[in-house]
Structures are given as structure tokens and as C-alpha cells.
Design a protein around this ligand. Structure first.
Ligand SMILES: [Zn+2]
Length: 318
């Protein structure tokens, strides 16, 4: 294993981990969340080599680093599902391994933590309570919503964009586009040329601002008013932009849900953090996301867009 691919394709994550490491702000439990191909395991090995390296962090040359690359470092313990689940015995084996007097840092990685059985999850939570201060855990998941909430709330969640989206966002920020807009565009298209085009498109700025004002007024039921005030301009837009609008509302909604669930320093919209204490319950925010998803699909299936938006706002009870 080497980290070139990771450094090229998940720059933001690498930077986040390196900064936390340099500033001695590493937490003891990370939860890496993202699609299967998002290089989460590579990032976990990279974080392990920051922590275990004898030369101040992922030098790639010391014994510890070399052994990590060869998958043979005794201070790095990897748990993967056995069959379809992660079993209690596997967590007990991990605990046993970490139970001896520890004279140097240890790191464990658990793949697919969402597959932990309830008893395995409980054993893990107990183990975490007694975790030695030189021990670090990195949990990986392809499906954050399936991870037991008590585990999520104990960890710092790091969201991995799919490699393509991450590289589009990085390309845009390199060209001076702000992080919020770059992240939105990276989530709207997987085509880098289209992304450059959208970055110059003033309608995207308009849609982002409108979506933010509508979305945060969901909370006090004034979202429809913001929308109505903008309706004339909005109606002139092509169907594709209307779909973008609903997709941006969905991104805002996901941000809100993340904000309600965990400490998260990787939200797309700054407004989310400012408004986190004003949000509805998690279940209500999830319900709003599902409604948005349904109406996005209706727009795509070519339904009359005026009807779609009226129906959407009625469903949202606004
Ligand atoms: Zn090293």
C-alpha cells in the first residue's frame, strides 16, 4: 500500500487529518463515512501511520511505517466482518490485544461497523469507555444511517465524498471558488467541464441563496413565502435548474440531519451550524428529506413543474 492515490483523490480528508495531528487535536475515535470506493481504508492506514510513525508522522521510512504498508504492524489491529456481521468475539479479541500494559500508541480499525451485532456494539462501547489514552480507533462505514446512534455520537464523523466529487470540489476551490459553492457543484455533477461551466453560472448563485432562505424557513413555516416572492424569476428557469434547486434543498437537509446527529466539521453550508439549535427533531428533518427526494423524482419524470412545487410545499405543510 502507498498513499499517493489517497493524497491525490481525498486531499480534503488528508489535510483534515494532518492538521488535527499537527495541532495535537486528534480525537480517540473516528468514524469514516462514505461510499465503498471513497478510499476510507487507505485514509485509516494513513492516520495510523501519522500516529505510529517514529519520525513525527507518516514518514514512510521508519519501521512502524514500513510495517503498516506491509500490513504487518502489531500496533495496528484490523477487524473486518466475519461472514455478514462483526461478532462480539471479534471485539473481545481486539480488547484482549489492547488490554496489555501499553507503552506505545496502538490503533484499531473496524471495517463496516454498521454490520456489528448489537452485542458486539455493546462490547465495543464498554471497551471504548476504558480506552487507554494512547489508543485510537477508526471505524469505517458505507452506510452511516445503519450505524448504532450511540456509536455515532461517541465518534468524530469524517465524511468522504466519492473520489470524483472530491476531486471536482478541489479543482474548483483551486480556481478560487468558495468551498460552499464548490461542494454544491461537486454534488450536482460528476462532469468536470460541466462543473466549470456551473461555477461561472450566476443562476447557480441565485439557486443556492434561494434554497438557503427557503430551507431555513422550513423551520418556521415561512419557506413557501420566500419561494413565492421569487416565483417570477424562478419560473423562467429551465427544468434542469429546477431539479438543481431541489437537489440543493436536499443537500441542506442532509447537512441539518448531520448537525442534529453528530459533531461534524464537514458540513457544506455554514448556515447549518448557525441554525443547528433551531432545527426540528431528527425524524422530522428526515421526513422532509424524503419528501424532497420524492418531488425531485417527479420533476425528473417530466411532471408539470408548477404542480410539483405546489404539491411539494403542501406536503411540507408550509
Ligand atoms: Zn514513519
Amino acid at each position: 500500500m502507498n498513499f499517493d492515490n489517497l493524497k491525490k483523490n481525498q486531499k480534503y480528508v488528508v489535510q483534515l487529518l494532518e492538521n488535527s495531528f499537527k495541532e495535537k487535536r486528534l480525537v480517540h475515535l473516528y468514524l469514516f463515512s462514505g461510499v465503498k470506493e471513497a478510499l476510507k481504508l487507505d485514509a485509516a492506514f494513513y492516520l495510523a501511520s501519522l500516529i505510529l510513525c517514529e519520525n513525527g508522522g507518516a514518514c514512510g521510512k521508519c519501521d512502524e511505517c514500513k510495517k503498516i504498508m506491509q500490513f504487518s504492524n502489531p500496533n495496528l489491529y484490523l477487524v473486518s466482518p466475519s461472514g455478514d456481521t462483526i461478532k462480539k468475539e471479534q471485539i473481545e479479541a481486539l480488547e484482549h490485544e489492547f488490554g496489555f500494559a501499553i507503552d506505545k500508541p496502538h490503533v484499531f480499525i473496524i471495517q463496516n461497523i454498521e454490520k456489528a451485532t448489537p452485542t458486539a456494539a455493546n462490547t465495543l462501547l464498554k471497551f471504548l469507555e476504558e480506552l487507554h489514552q494512547d489508543c485510537y480507533g477508526i471505524l469505517l462505514t458505507d452506510n452511516l444511517s445503519a450505524v448504532i446512534p450511540t456509536i455515532v455520537s461517541r465518534s468524530q464523523v469524517v465524511r468522504f465524498l466519492p473520489v470524483q466529487a472530491a476531486s471536482i470540489r478541489d479543482e474548483l476551490t483551486k480556481r478560487g471558488i468558495g468551498k460552499e459553492k464548490a461542494s454544491v457543484i461537486a454534488n450536482l455533477t460528476a462532469d468536470i467541464n460541466k462543473a466549470f461551466e456551473l461555477a461561472k453560472d450566476k443562476k447557480i448563485d441565485y439557486l443556492i441563496n434561494l434554497a438557503i432562505s427557503v430551507s431555513f424557513e422550513f423551520e418556521n413555516s415561512n419557506g413557501y413565502l420566500s419561494f413565492i416572492n421569487n416565483k417570477k424569476e424562478f419560473e423562467k428557469l429551465d427544468k434542469q435548474y429546477l431539479i438543481y434547486f431541489v437537489e440543493i434543498l436536499m443537500m441542506l437537509q442532509k447537512d441539518k440531519i448531520d448537525c442534529l446527529l453528530y459533531r461534524n466539521d464537514d458540513l457544506i453550508f455554514e448556515e447549518t451550524i448557525e441554525s443547528c439549535n433551531l432545527l426540528r427533531s431528527k425524524d422530522e428533518e428526515v421526513e422532509i428529506l424524503e419528501i424532497l427526494l420524492k418531488y425531485r423524482d417527479r420533476l425528473e419524470s417530466n411532471a408539470n413543474s408548477d404542480m410539483v412545487f405546489t404539491g411539494m410545499f403542501i406536503s411540507l405543510n408550509l
